[in-house]
Design a protein around this ligand. Structure first.
Ligand code: 523
Length: 135
């Protein structure tokens, strides 16, 4: 069906920290933190879409790894998946977001506990929390 929207988000982990991006829109999500990404366009694989989105949003080139376990279906017609991504060139900058930050386990935990994460991303945040903690 053409009205099925798939969103792919990137779990960028580097040196024991996770990259988070602060949304600027829409109003109900503005100020909240997410794994950066966006909609998969017709003809793209999720990995291709993630490479494009992170280039557009963060101004970096990434290589895409495996998917996280969590698949989020917040409403009919919308599915969100997350894939690991490694920066292969460039330095992240907030092209479309309000801000970027690298968080360790404590930083991520605080964002979760203060309700500062985009709600859909909590599934992945908790999953990634375990990985940040074992380091
Ligand atoms: N999410 C979400 N978490 C998350 C992303 C990247 C997206 O919950 N980590 C949701 C927010 C929107 C939808 O997925 O409801 C589309 O995300 P968006 O706006 O980042 O996708 P874009 O940039 O492809 O969308 P438009 O350019 O606005 O069409």
């Amino acid at each position: 069906m053409t009205d099925e929207v798939l969103v792919v988000a990137g779990a960028v982990l580097d040196g024991g920290r996770l990259l988070l991006a602060q949304r600027d829109r829409p109003a109900e999500l503005a100020g909240l933190w997410e794994l950066p990404g966006g909609k998969v366009e017709p003809g793209e694989s999720p990995a291709q879409a993630l490479v494009r989105e992170l280039c557009e949003e963060l101004d970096v080139s990434v290589s895409v790894g495996d998917s996280l376990a969590g698949v989020v279906r917040p409403k009919p017609g919308l599915t969100l998946v997350a894939m690991r991504a490694t920066i292969v060139s460039g330095t992240v900058r907030a092209v479309e977001h309000r801000a970027l930050r690298w968080v360790d386990a404590d930083g991520l935990s605080e964002l979760i506990q203060t309700g500062s994460m985009v709600p859909n991303d909590l599934a992945w945040a908790r999953e990634l929390m375990g990985e940040l903690q074992v380091r």
